[in-house]
Every structure is written in structure tokens, then in C-alpha cells.
Design a protein around this ligand. Structure first.
Ligand code: PGA
Ligand code: ZN
Length: 395
């Protein structure tokens, strides 16, 4: 039976920073599906653009003038055809005309509509009938970099609880998050701590202090960092922990921190175009999960290009970096072709959209990075708790 898109809407809504993002709504046979785009702050150079020139108002106008008519009547279950149609309507390599937020919101809404009409959970609709397991949460507990004013150079300090169940792991991450202020006060005295864009603690500590707090609070748990190193690289040198370092020296400096504190998860340790440093880090730390975020920007073409280079062991998967569900799934497959596992991720600006929770289960990701507390973060965690319950047995 054919299911055709009967109505399509796009509206501005607020994201977790109080800025405008876009929510799409598609309907067919009395079923309505809704999805909204997140928004990054420390973006990779190769990401699709969020809005056309002119911002979200222009995106709404372009939608009503050129996109809406073209997608009405499209078959709901032809995700690939729909996503190619979006690319065709846009006609640019980076969704500069219709905007990446419009594209990803529509593309995710279509997948959700397809799942509802098929009476299937979204993770099954996207991921097929094979056995499914739950990822484990990678939780941001101390913030720095572009997400935090003051604080360390490194953008995110992460804990990775790997308890029996997803639920127990999410609870562990929240317990760790709650302990951070006391540990900071133990070192810095009675100060007030705020939280940053991703609800990680904003603390007046340097990178070494943050790592030592992280190690102390994590105990046996794996720990990680997202250096987001493009943010402190000027094309020649890294401005890291108060020093200006050549790439070769920076790799050694960062590497010694990784070894000293037993960092397992290491995201964007080098700037997105500094391929030599990525390669050197992967070689120097054979047991570390080096993850490429700005490096790959969820782009199947970029992953294919860098695949043979040995620059990472995992690909961070952020659907709005590439603009469609089809390309997101291709990025996962392309990464695996080169021996790199997917790590599904939120953005620093979020909504209560739960799509990535299903995506992580659909692709069998070992890890999902989606924050620890705050409604827009727990929307994903709580959806994973529900999925775990739905899957029954241990996952
Ligand atoms: P962003 O950063 O969502 O602000 O771009 C998150 C990350 O670097 O992982
Ligand atoms: Zn990152």
C-alpha cells in the first residue's frame, strides 16, 4: 500500500539556548510526525549550513515557495528518494539554498512518519529486524572551550559508565555529574558553579585540574575528552594550556595527558585539516578510541577520502552535519567499511527531539554522546530507557 505525504509544515521553535531552530511536521492517513533540527556551536568547516543567507525567516519562505509543493505526494517509505529530492531542490553541495535545518528536520520527520505508519518503533524501521542492543552514554560533566566562558581549553570532559543496563548507566552518569561541584570546591574553595550549553559544569579549573577531578570522580569508569582542537588551532600552532605549540609538540603534550590520566575516548584531538597530527595520535595510542567529529562532519565522501589514512577509530554521527537521514546512515556504513565504529551525538544547541536515541539503537552504536542532565539531554536518555524496556531482556 502506498502512503503519500499529504501535508507538510515547517515552523520556528526555540532550542535549548533560546535561539530559533526549525521543526517539520509531515502527515499521511491521519498520522502526524514531527522532528526538529539541533544546532551546533563548535561546527566543522565542512558541515552543511543551518540556514540560507537571511536566516530562519528565509528558510521558512524558501520552504513555502519551493520545497513544500515538491514534497507533497511523495511516497513516505521511500526515504532515499525523498532525501535525494531534497538535495535536488536545493541544488548546492551544502544545503545553502533551503538550509540544512530544514532538510534534516524534514528528513527525520519522514522517517518517523514511516515508522508510525508501519506501526514499528523508529529504531526498527531504520535498523531492520536484527538483534538490537543499547549504547552506553558518554556524558559531558565538565565544560570548556567554545561551550563555556572561562574554564579549560578542552571543550568536554566525559564519563562513560558501562553498567549492566542503559538505565543504570544513565543513573551513574547523573551521580557523577552531581558530585563535580564538591570536588571543584575541594580544590578552589566555596564558589558557585554554573552550567554551560550542554549542562556540563562550568568551573574555573585548567585542563589538568579538570582531568584530575574527572579521574577521581570516575573511579573505574572509562573517561574521555572532546578537545575540539580546531577551536584552538590558528593554522600553524595550537594554543594549548597557556602555550603556543607546533603540531609535533602539541601531539606529545596532549598524548602525555592522555596517558597520565588514562583517557579512553579522545574526540577531535587535532584540528580538522591537520591530518598528520590525527594519524600520529592514532599510532601513538593504540588502545584509545580516537573519534572524528569536525574531522568527518558525518560526510560519507569525507569518510571515504580519509578512510585509508588511519586517522581515527570512530566516526561521530550528527545527522544535522550532513542534512539527511540517508546520508547519515551512509556515513555509518562508510565508517565501518574502514574499521571505524559510529558514536551517535547530540549538538550543544538541542531540542527535546529523541531521533538520535533511535538512531543509536538502529545502527548498533556502542556509545551515544548526549549529555547528562537538562530536559533536552534527558529527552534522549529517557527515550533509550523506554527502548530498553521495549526490547525486554538485557541489552
Ligand atoms: P557543537 O559541539 O554541537 O557545539 O558543534 C559539540 C561537539 O563538538 O561535539
Ligand atoms: Zn566534538
Amino acid at each position: 500500500m502506498e502512503d503519500l505525504i499529504e501535508d507538510a509544515k515547517l515552523r520556528p521553535i526555540l532550542d535549548s539556548r533560546g535561539r530559533i531552530t526549525l521543526e517539520a511536521e509531515l502527515s499521511s492517513s491521519g498520522i502526524v510526525a514531527r522532528a526538529s533540527a539541533p544546532s551546533g556551536k563548535s561546527r566543522g568547516r565542512r558541515e552543511v549550513v543551518a540556514f540560507p543567507k537571511g536566516g530562519w525567516r528565509t528558510a521558512l519562505r524558501v520552504f513555502s515557495e519551493t520545497v513544500r509543493e515538491a514534497i507533497l505526494g511523495h511516497e513516505v517509505h521511500d526515504q532515499e528518494g525523498f532525501d535525494s529530492l531534497l538535495r535536488e531542490i536545493d541544488g548546492t553541495p551544502n544545503f545553502a539554498k533551503i538550509g540544512g535545518s530544514t532538510a534534516i528536520a524534514l528528513s527525520m520527520a519522514l522517517a518517523k512518519l514511516g515508522a508510525s505508519l508501519s506501526e514499528m518503533p523508529l529504531y526498527r524501521y531504520l535498523g531492520g529486524i536484527g538483534p538490537k542492543g543499547l549504547p552506553r552514554p558518554v556524558g559531558n560533566v565538565i565544560g570548556g572551550g567554545a561551550h563555556t566562558i572561562g574554564g579549560p581549553t578542552i571543550q568536554e570532559f566525559l564519563v562513560i559508565p558501562e553498567e549492566e543496563s542503559f538505565l543504570a548507566s544513565a543513573i551513574r552518569a547523573a551521580e557523577v555529574h552531581a558530585r563535580i561541584p564538591d570536588l571543584v570546591r575541594g580544590r578552589k574553595g566555596p564558589i558557585h558553579l554554573g552550567v554551560n550549553d550542554e549542562r556540563a559544569w562550568a568551573a574555573p579549573v585548567d585542563d589538568r585540574e579538570a582531568l584530575s577531578i574527572l579521574r577521581e570522580v570516575a573511579g573505574e569508569m572509562k573517561i574521555g575528552v572532546d578537545a575540539a582542537a580546531s577551536q584552538f588551532f590558528d593554522g600553524k600552532r595550537y594554543e594549548f594550556m597557556g602555550k603556543r605549540l607546533d603540531p609535533e609538540d602539541y601531539v606529545v603534550e596532549l598524548g602525555s595527558l592522555v596517558e597520565e590520566f588514562g583517557v579512553f575516548y579522545l574526540e577531535d584531538p587535532a584540528a580538522e585539516d591537520d591530518i598528520d597530527s590525527f594519524r600520529a595520535i592514532v599510532r601513538a595510542h593504540p588502545r584509545v578510541l580516537v573519534v572524528g567529529d569536525d574531522l568527518f562532519t558525518t560526510s560519507p565522501a569525507r569518510i571515504r577520502e580519509l578512510g585509508p589514512e588511519g586517522v581515527a577509530r570512530a566516526v561521530l554521527i550528527k545527522p544535522n552535519q550532513i542534512g539527511t537521514v540517508t546520508d547519515t546512515l551512509s556515513a555509518v556504513a562508510e565508517g565501518r567499511r574502514w574499521g571505524m565504529e559510529p558514536v551517535v551525538s547530540h549538538r550543544s544547541g538541542e531540542t527535546c527531539e529523541e531521533f538520535i536515541a533511535h538512531l543509536a539503537v538502529a545502527v548498533g552504536a556502542r556509545f551515544i554522546k548526549t549529555g547528562v542532565v537538562g530536559g533536552e539531554r534527558t529527552a534522549k536518555l529517557n527515550e533509550l530507557i523506554r527502548i530498553e524496556e521495549g526490547l525486554g531482556a538485557k541489552s
